[in-house]
Write a protein that binds this ligand. Structure first.
Ligand SMILES: C[S@@+](CC[C@H](N)C(=O)[O-])C[C@H]1O[C@@H](n2cnc3c(N)ncnc32)[C@H](O)[C@@H]1O
Length: 270
């Protein structure tokens, strides 16, 4: 049986927790990111979580001093800021005005003046607005129901390498299922890899494992941005974290042990 991965992707995205949550709240992805409460702590979270870490090292050879880079769904700039320090120029495609404002605050703080912003969804960007880039990066930003033209446009503007970063495992599946009753679907990277393959681009894939700890209050803030907590749910969560050995007492409070796996899919043009 031949699986049509483009159709599988549409079904997968439509039924995903993320799409369903936006529908329930009656908001767009841009509105979610505009008002994402944790966003101002993103930099601190990424530092503790070692993100993007090794993924950036893998991108480095495509982002030399003469290079031009495209960062799609840049958010508050986890990739943009370090890439702008290394490359000649970084073009960002980011539809959320709130995220762009956060990103530009960080760019100002670092004295970076080589970042250009296209404030649109990737699927709405016309080819004529783009140049060619030695590195194209799209990480955790695949709110793109029609994935084939989205990936094709990325490949069309890539002269060096296209990197797609997507979830393999957030290590909290048992928590989401046991506490919030949410069953995890298959991870996103498998779909993206197969879609690319079906388009005729057999890519490389590497799974990056990050083991880290974050303060319990930060973990709670992250969960509260997606779930409405009752005292019972909070108790259930704490029981689950304790029973699975995830709570660590440190001199500055209680921390949560996490293991996260990012899928790094990359395709190098000849
Ligand atoms: C989880 S953040 C990821 C930020 C950054 N790429 C990273 O890995 O840290 C997701 C970002 O993708 C953006 N995004 C979502 N759908 C998008 C689309 N269709 N086109 C461009 N950006 C998109 C959101 O606005 C948000 O800022």
């Amino acid at each position: 049986m031949i699986v049509d991965w483009f159709e599988e992707w549409k079904r997968y995205r439509e039924s995903s927790h993320w799409t369903q949550k936006l529908k329930q709240k009656g908001i767009t992805s841009e509105q979610f990111w505009d008002s994402y409460k944790m966003a101002d702590r993103n930099e601190e979270y990424d530092r503790l979580a070692g993100y993007p870490g090794l993924i950036l090292d893998r991108m480095a050879r495509f982002a030399g001093p003469d290079s031009s880079v495209l960062d799609i769904g840049a958010g508050s700039g986890a990739y943009t800021i370090p890439l702008a320090k290394a490359a000649r120029k970084v073009t960002v495609v980011e539809p959320s005005k709130g995220q762009v404002a956060r990103l530009m605050r960080l760019a100002d703080r670092e004295g970076l003046e080589n970042i250009e912003v296209i404030n649109k969804r990737w699927q709405d960007v016309d080819r004529s607005e783009l140049e060619s880039y030695s590195l194209v990066n799209a990480a955790y930003c695949f709110h793109m129901p029609d994935i084939r033209p989205a990936l094709q446009k990325m490949l069309d503007v890539t002269t060096g390498a296209l990197f797609l970063v997507a979830l393999v495992d957030h290590g909290f599946a048992d928590v989401y299922e046991g506490v919030f009753g949410e069953k995890e679907p298959e991870p996103e990277y498998i779909y993206l890899y197969n879609v690319l393959h079906q388009m005729g681009y057999p890519a490389n894939v590497e799974v990056m494992v990050r083991r880290y700890q974050i303060p319990l209050e930060m973990q709670m803030e992250i969960l509260r941005s997606s779930y409405d907590f009752t005292p019972e749910l909070e108790e259930k969560l704490m029981d689950r974290l304790a029973a699975t050995g995830r709570l660590v007492k440190r001199e500055n409070g209680v921390w949560v042990k996490r293991t996260y796996k990012d899928g790094m899919i990359w395709y190098q043009k000849d």
